[in-house]
Design a protein around this ligand. Structure first.
Ligand SMILES: Nc1ncnc2c1ncn2[C@@H]1O[C@H](COP(=O)(O)OP(=O)(O)OP(=O)(O)O)[C@@H](O)[C@H]1O
Ligand SMILES: [Mg+2]
Length: 285
């Protein structure tokens, strides 16, 4: 399902004395079946932007097209049910949203809410848990007795169980240990293999280069870039410095090599890329 933002502006508390303009003239698209990463400094508007994809927030002006659904300031709550079935959002620290007595009941909540029978919801929940890699011996446990990484998987299964075509993840790897982060990235790739359109917010450039097909960069509520990682991370260093964004580690290393007089033909995306560029022959100035 393709997503397109057209001239979207968003103001929190529009019309009140405390109003705050947060999104400015957003024109951006997130292609079907691809993984889009959204990066940008804290407060740049990433979470505000993604909440427009399932209508939790509506544009103050402009529109968001999610396939054939048009979201504008005038869209009624009743119409949003249809959209929410198509777009699942997993918020930051989703484990905080777990609430049921057992894992399986928690994951069944979404499908039940969208009108499935109990039997169908159970099947959908079991399939989602299996897909996400939550082992069966945990299904009847309390979600609160699980590890942080397991809880996050359960929360993701809860979103997946309703079979949305779009899955939006707000900083899905935040607070996980390195292994948990690697597993999470594998899950994001798995969602893509399942044919889902994936949008995820991240502060970790390593994650962005590992899984993203395209990257959207936000700065002070505006889009300042939308392109493939290999194009983006080959921009001038000063561009990143101005936006206070990091390069992936391999890129940082290449910049250090450059400062020491050893130049690579282009900036590497990851360690493997770095090794092969060195292998091809770095040039001394
Ligand atoms: N509910 C709200 N009411 C009013 N202002 C808000 C609200 N939520 C966010 N803001 C403001 O909107 C701006 C963008 O916030 P947002 O949460 O979208 O940023 P972000 O890019 O997701 O940041 P982070 O990386 O820290 O999560 C900030 O200035 C923030 O203070
Ligand atoms: Mg945020």
């Amino acid at each position: 399902m393709a997503i397109r933002f057209e001239q979207v502006n968003f103001t929190y508390g529009a019309g009140t004395t405390l109003s705050q303009d947060v999104l400015h003239d957003i024109n951006v698209n997130m292609p079907t079946g691809e993984i889009t990463a959204i990066i940008g400094q804290t407060g740049s508007g990433k979470s505000t932007l993604i909440q427009h994809i399932n209508g939790l927030l509506k544009p103050t002006t402009g529109q968001v097209l999610i396939d054939d659904f048009k979201l504008t300031s005038g869209t009624k709550e009743k119409q949003l049910i249809q959209l929410r079935q198509k777009v699942g959002i997993v918020f930051q620290f989703p484990e905080n949203q777990l609430f049921a007595n057992t894992v399986i009941e928690d994951v069944m909540y979404g499908p039940l809410n969208f009108g499935m029978t109990k039997a169908a919801a159970k099947i959908a929940a079991e399939q989602a848990l299996t897909r996400i890699g939550v082992s069966e011996n945990l299904w009847s446990k309390s979600p609160f007795d699980l590890s942080g990484g397991q809880m996050r998987r359960v929360a993701m299964a809860g979103t997946l169980a309703s079979d949305p075509s779009v899955i939006v993840l707000d900083e899905p790897a935040a607070g996980l240990d390195p292994r948990g982060q690697a597993e999470l990235l594998a899950l994001v790739l798995e969602l893509k293999k399942m044919g889902k359109t994936v949008v995820f917010i991240s502060h970790q450039m390593e994650h962005v280069v590992t899984v993203a097909d395209q990257v959207i960069v936000m700065h002070e509520g505006r889009i300042v870039a939308q392109e493939a990682p290999k194009v983006l991370f080959n921009r001038d260093l000063s561009w990143f410095q101005d936006l206070m964004l990091d390069l992936p580690k391999a890129g940082q290393f290449a910049e250090k090599m450059k400062a020491a007089g050893l130049i690579l033909p282009r900036r590497p995306l990851n360690l493997q890329d770095l090794a092969s560029l060195i292998n091809k022959g770095a040039q001394h100035e």
